[in-house]
Ligand binder design. Structure first.
Ligand code: AOF
Ligand code: ZN
Length: 357
């Protein structure tokens, strides 16, 4: 890209360039699963001479694009990468070889790749080739960027975010506030970040409004025979695919099948069946969106807490007072602590974000 003269004269530390890598990596948010998001910059004599990011699984890695961008200028330069360069033949050849061939002098790495096939072998390979390697620059930022990928690699299961809205008086809401679904709203961004969304059959999907956003796969739980099923709309304002999870005693209207919507019938819907489905599709992150008919979620919530399937919690607190209200979740009591809880103002609401221990 183009850089101003002033920018070129400034001296930057390693952290600055890794933060730029993370920024580049985010360009393809929602598009890389099951691969991680990765960014790379090549620096020569204090100037950025090449930039790249991994756009999608199956396509070349960040390093390849950055080296291409730098051309001959990569020689004796420093490569900054948010994730350890790979050292294996996957869908693409090893990035370590590309870096060695380009004769870079130094490689600065944000974090080690938790993928067992890589796991420090890339670092060793570069060092054996006489390249100076620094590891762990802006490590927390790099880990945050790929929290879903890391979780998937370490546990073999998708990363699950539990989301719901409550009033300041502590009562759950079954509907979404319009404001948050707009571009820039936290909900629109959450959709962009997740590969799949789990919805009640009584709540309708609103597509992410972020520019060029990947739309998550919609998994619609249809298990309460008393609730009215809203036929999901697959192509209204997005390219989001729909799959209906239902149970044997439910008679799913055949018309839904005619619309090209896949229906999977279970004896009993479980969260693990949702996670297995996502895993087989190469999806790394799932947003469990509690709204609509809470009865659809009762069993999978209990299962999720018992089996520790939830990683992240996002609670939207709306500044409205509402009296006591019965929900079907009243019998679920869980003693689970949430770590690293942060709160921020988001539009007219307060957003609480935390992680399950
Ligand atoms: C990198 N740079 O930009 C990415 C890496 O099937 P492949 O060839 O795409 O390999 C996928 C694995 O490569 C993935 O699981 C992760 O370990 C690593 N991803 N590595 O050096 C990149 N996306
Ligand atoms: Zn690679």
């Amino acid at each position: 890209g183009a850089h101003t003269e002033q920018e070129q004269e400034e001296q930057h530390d390693d952290g600055y360039y890794i933060r730029r890598c993370v920024e580049l990596a985010r360009t393809s948010i929602g598009y890389t699963s099951p691969n991680p998001m990765v960014g790379c910059v090549i620096v020569k004599d204090g100037k950025i001479v090449g930039e790249g990011f991994h756009p999608k699984a199956g396509q070349p890695h960040a390093e390849v694009f950055a080296l291409r961008d730098a051309g001959d200028l990569a020689e004796n330069g420093t490569a900054y990468v948010s994730l350890e360069p790979c050292n294996h033949y996957g869908r693409t050849p090893p990035c370590t070889e590309a870096l060695i061939k380009a004769k870079v002098k130094k490689v600065v790495i944000g974090m080690v790749d938790p993928n067992a096939i890589v796991d420090s072998k890339g670092i060793r390979k570069l060092r054996d080739a006489g390249i100076e390697v620094t590891v762990g620059v802006e490590e927390e930022l790099c880990k945050k960027l790929n929290e879903a990928y890391i979780h998937q690699m370490l546990t073999g299961k998708p990363f699950v975010t539990l989301r719901y809205s409550i009033t300041v008086s502590g009562h759950p809401l079954d509907q979404l506030d319009d404001e948050v679904t707009e571009r820039g709203g936290y909900y629109s961004k959450l959709l962009q970040e997740h590969d799949a969304i789990v919805l009640s059959s009584t709540s309708s999907f609103t597509a992410s409004k972020e520019p060029g956003a990947n739309q998550p796969l919609q998994i619609v739980l249809s298990k309460n025979p008393n609730s009215q099923i809203q036929t999901p709309k697959p192509t209204d304002d997005s390219t989001s695919k729909v799959i209906i999870f239902t149970e044997k005693e439910m008679n799913v209207e055949p018309e839904t099948n005619q619309k090209g919507i896949e229906t999977v019938v279970f004896d009993r819907i479980s969260l693990i069946s949702v996670l297995e489905h996502c895993k087989h599709q190469g999806l790394c992150s799932v947003l469990l969106d509690l709204r609509g008919d809470y009865a659809d979620f009762e069993d999978i919530l209990r299962e999720g807490f018992e089996q520790n399937f939830f990683q992240k919690l996002v609670v939207e607190v709306l500044p409205i007072w509402r009296g006591s209200e019965e929900t079907s979740l009243k019998h679920i009591y869980v003693e689970k602590r949430v770590k690293n809880l942060t709160s921020m103002v988001s539009g007219k609401s307060i957003l609480l974000v935390g992680y399950f221990g």
